[in-house]
Write a protein that binds this ligand. Structure first.
Ligand code: FAD
Length: 73
């Protein structure tokens, strides 16, 4: 319910919400990230990772070196 409300407000401010887009890889080029998903690629200047228990895994996708972080539930 909270996430749903965030999504509505985000869309009201002009944002777009894409569901069922699994993030498979994140490539950094300078200050831009290329987010590769199961349904296409997206270019972003700012990436907010909110993948819950998979946050550490998604964060690692953008780094070559090991981040050595764990998501603790
Ligand atoms: C069994 C269980 C019971 C719980 N009970 C409670 C409770 O009673 N009270 C409480 O406060 N908390 C509870 N929690 C914890 C609660 O679920 C989390 O604190 C909360 O859901 C975290 O929200 P979040 O938005 O950070 O992550 P999530 O709700 O986990 O959302 C993460 C999202 O990221 C998506 N995602 C992951 N990897 C990728 C990827 N590669 N590409 C694209 N999307 C991806 C997932 O599909 C998911 O939609 C419980 C957890 C579990 C497992």
């Amino acid at each position: 319910m909270v996430a749903e409300k965030y999504a509505i407000e985000f869309q009201e401010l002009g944002g777009e919400v894409f569901q069922n887009h699994k993030v498979n890889a994140i490539k950094q080029t300078g200050h831009t990230s290329n987010i590769q998903t199961s349904q296409g690629d997206f270019q972003t200047d700012l990436t907010i990772n909110c993948a819950g228990l998979y946050s550490a895994k998604v964060a690692q996708m953008s780094q070559k070196e090991s981040l050595d972080v764990k998501t603790i539930p």
